[in-house]
Design a protein around this ligand. Structure first.
Ligand SMILES: Cc1ncc(COP(=O)(O)O)c(C=O)c1O
Length: 450
């Protein structure tokens, strides 16, 4: 029995893995990873896999990054963690100072949580509670976009809209108002992204006009709906949304958990629309993919609505045990140091061009309906019929075939349904990008064979 097999047997006898039908592992082995270095992961049998999806979009500067490793080793000998209510520490404060400095202008307060979904819960609760503190208790609803995803805890799931994750739990979820989205896959032939996204905004405007009295906030994933099959839209939608939220007195929550920290070509996606939300949720790349941490940035105006004598009972009494974990904050500081020192956003521009070039050939593939890209995210939409865009039946699991093929060739791609995407760590080389594209091409050929 190989080392991989014996490790897998131990794993499968006690573990239940995330987002997985465990029965699949009767026929498809789990991959035990022994170590990581740069863009590479290595299993117990010595096979290597190029991490083309940044380990679920969290890893920015490679596995075992020397800068982050050194910072964490130092932090380990100083302070690993302390209760963050009534207590504070250097990495927690330094990171908040930094986040306030680098996020859009009006964001001046940082509240920590410990994963993306929790950050979304915090933003939703804070927005609701803000209006309540202001005497507007009738504001209880949230507006969300079709095809959005904000996490899996019940509040975050409620404001998401991907049926695969949501439908089963529908009876448990709060009611939300769902507006048709700006996703440019659906634009008319020849229509520009900007024209389509603006046109779709009229539906949001109408909804805001009709419901603003009872709405706390609109929540969006700026520019790319990642878990919603990497669907993309134009920054003009965010500009129009910001103006409308101001007009109708409704908060704007920007969930930059997946798109923040350079993924879309700017440090934050909101920058491309030159807007500042009322709440910005950050996680994933925040710690360079090392440790779970999230932050919700908000405005002074929101902060002041909670600030009063204790007896007024307006405080935000929300907490997580690992709030502002010192190790995680230190990893985040080291990650942001790399942005400062290595001219990352500029370098990513060249990398994005290389990704685009590597994926050129997919445009003409007879089973590819669209190749779309925003910065360091490129997605390839596989369909049964290129002309009608009829999708493959989901039961055929074509994307899974690409996944399995690519793993056998040493590349970790993890398609979303039938959408194959590249979202590599920023330390990926041109040669490695060409390898990812070549393996994806072969994987698609294999997946569409019958
Ligand atoms: C946009 C967005 N929001 C929230 C989340 C949830 O984050 P987490 O998985 O850390 O709870 C995700 C995760 O993929 C996400 O993509």
């Amino acid at each position: 029995m190989s080392s991989n097999q014996s490790f897998s047997n131990r794993d499968l006898s006690v573990l239940w893995h995330p987002c997985t039908q465990m029965k699949d592992h009767e026929t498809f082995p789990i991959i035990p990873i022994k170590k990581g270095q740069g863009v590479w992961l290595e299993d117990f049998d010595g096979n290597r896999y190029l991490d083309a999806i940044s380990s679920w979009w969290v890893n920015l500067f490679g596995h075992a990054n020397p800068t982050i490793n050194a910072a964490l080793k130092d932090q380990l000998d100083t302070l690993e963690h302390v209760i963050f209510a009534g207590f504070s520490h250097e990495p927690g404060v330094a990171l908040a100072e930094k986040l306030v400095r680098i996020t859009p202008e009006r964001l001046s307060r940082c509240f920590y949580a410990d994963n993306g979904s929790s950050a979304v819960e915090v933003a939703l609760k804070m927005s609701f509670h803000y209006w309540r503190n202001l005497g507007q208790a009738q504001k209880t609803k949230f507006i969300t976009l079709e095809n959005s995803y904000h996490g899996e805890t019940l509040g975050a799931l409620a404001v998401g809209n991907v049926p695969l994750y949501k439908e089963t739990y529908a009876p448990l979820l709060m009611d939300v108002i769902t507006v048709p989205g700006p996703d440019c896959y659906n634009r008319e032939p020849g229509e520009s992204w900007a024209d389509y996204s603006s046109r779709r905004f009229t539906l949001m405007e109408q909804t805001l006009q009709q419901h603003s009295d009872t709405v706390c906030a609109v929540i969006v994933e700026p520019l790319v709906q990642c878990a919603g099959n990497m669907r993309m839209y134009d920054p003009v939608y965010l500009q129009l949304l910001r103006a409308a939220c101001d007009k109708y007195d409704v908060h704007l929550i920007a969930d930059e958990i997946a798109v923040g920290f350079g993924r879309t070509g700017t440090l934050f996606a909101c920058e491309q629309a030159a807007i500042s939300p009322d709440f910005m949720c950050l996680s994933k790349g925040l710690t360079g993919g090392y440790l779970p941490l999230s932050a919700v940035l908000t405005t002074d105006r929101v902060y002041r609505a909670f600030y009063a004598d204790y007896q007024s009972l307006t405080a935000f009494l929300h907490s997580h045990s690992y709030t502002a974990n010192a190790l995680a904050c230190r990893a985040a500081l080291a990650t942001l140091d790399i942005f400062d020192q290595d001219n990352v956003i500029e370098k990513n521009r060249s990398l994005a061009e290389i990704i685009a070039k590597a994926a050129m050939r997919f445009h003409d593939h007879p089973h590819v309906a669209e190749v779309r890209q925003t910065g360091m995210i490129l997605a390839i939409e596989l369909v049964k019929n290129k002309h009608t865009r009829e999708p493959y039946p989901w039961q055929e699991r074509r994307g899974l075939k690409v996944y399995q093929y690519a793993l056998a060739k040493g590349v970790l791609l993890r398609p979303l349904g039938n959408v194959i995407y590249f979202m590599p760590p920023y330390v990926v080389s041109e040669q490695q990008l060409l390898l990812i594209a070549e393996v994806a091409w072969q994987g698609i050929q294999h997946a569409v064979e019958d």
